[in-house]
Design a protein around this ligand. Structure first.
Ligand code: HPA
Length: 256
C-alpha cells in the first residue's frame, strides 16, 4: 500500500524539515502545487504533497487539484489522508476540535473539478470521455473507520463525523452565508475539500480527511475573526497532529 499525506495550512513545512527536494513531474493537467516528496514519517514511507505549495503561495481557489491528484495516482498512491483546517459551525465543532468528516457540500465555483470533461479519454488512468462517479459517500468509509479506530484506541479526542461545507474563498464567509450553511446541515466550513475529494474518487484512490477546527465560523461567535489568532491555532493544532501522525500512519499501514 502506498500512502500519501496532503498537507494543508500549517503542515507545508514538513518537507523542508526533512531536508528533501521535491519531486517535480509533468502532468497532463498542468502545474501541480509544488511537487511532492517521499519521506519517512516514523517508520512509514509516505508521499507528502503540500497543497498550497512550499511557501503557501497558492490560495484554495488557485490550487490545481487535478494536477495534484493525478500526480499522486501516477506515483502509485492508493490511500490519501488529507489535512483540512476549517471553521466550526455547530456546538460540537468548537476551536481545537479534531474531526473525521463524512460528508461534503460543494459551494465552490470555477475550479477544474473533474477528469471526465470530455477531453481526456486517452490520458493514463482516465479512459472515458464522460463518467458520472457515485459520490453518495464522498470519503472512503473504510479509511475513515480505520482513522477513527486509531483515534479511539489512542484516546485522542475527536468527533467521528462532520458535514464539510466547502466555500470558494479566499475571503471568509459572511454571517448570513454561515447561517445558510448551517441550515443546509453543514457542521464545518473550509475551502479545500472540493474538488480534491471528488477527484480522488474519480481516480479510485481511497481518501479521507482529518479536519482541524481553528476558529468559530463567521457570525457563530460574537467577535470578528482575527487572522493572527487563526494562524496561531493552525500551528498549534498541526503540532498536535504531528505528535500522533507517525503512529497513525503505522496503524493504517499495518492494517493491510
Ligand atoms: N471559513 C472558511 N475556511 C476556513 C475557516 C472558515 O471560518 N477557517 C479555516 N478555514
Amino acid at each position: 500500500m502506498s500512502i500519501a499525506i496532503i498537507g494543508g495550512s500549517g503542515l507545508d513545512q514538513l518537507q523542508e524539515e526533512a531536508g528533501l527536494e521535491p519531486i517535480y513531474q509533468q502532468t497532463p493537467f498542468g502545474e501541480h502545487s509544488q511537487g511532492v516528496c517521499k519521506l519517512n514519517i516514523g517508520n512509514t514511507p509516505v508521499v507528502f504533497l503540500p497543497r498550497h505549495g512550499k511557501d503557501h503561495h497558492l490560495p484554495p481557489h488557485k490550487v490545481n487539484y487535478r494536477a495534484n491528484m493525478w500526480l499522486l495516482k501516477s506515483l502509485g498512491i492508493t490511500k490519501i489522508v488529507a489535512m483540512n483546517v476549517v471553521g466550526g459551525i455547530t456546538d460540537e465543532m468548537s476551536p481545537r476540535t479534531l474531526l473525521v468528516p463524512h460528508q461534503v457540500i460543494d459551494y465552490t465555483w470555477g475550479r477544474e473539478h473533474t477528469y471526465f470533461d470530455g477531453l481526456h479519454h486517452d490520458t493514463p488512468f482516465i479512459d472515458k470521455y464522460v463518467d458520472h462517479i457515485d459520490f453518495t459517500q464522498p470519503y472512503s468509509e473504510a479509511l475513515r473507520q480505520r482513522i477513527i479506530g486509531f483515534l479511539d484506541q489512542s484516546k485522542i479526542n475527536h468527533v467521528n463525523y462532520g458535514v464539510y461545507g466547502c466555500t470558494q474563498g479566499p475571503r471568509l464567509e459572511s454571517a448570513a452565508e454561515v447561517q445558510r450553511l448551517q441550515n443546509d446541515g453543514c457542521h464545518i466550513v473550509g475551502m479545500t475539500a472540493m474538488p480534491e475529494t471528488a477527484l480522488a474518487k474519480e481516480l479510485e484512490m481511497d481518501y479521507a480527511s482529518l479536519g482541524l477546527v481553528v476558529n468559530w465560523a463567521p457570525g457563530i461567535a460574537a467577535e470578528e475573526l482575527s487572522f493572527g489568532e487563526i494562524m496561531q491555532l493552525v500551528s498549534e493544532e498541526m503540532a498536535h497532529v504531528q505528535t500522533f501522525l507517525p503512529d497513525l500512519l503505522e496503524f493504517l499501514t499495518l492494517q493491510h
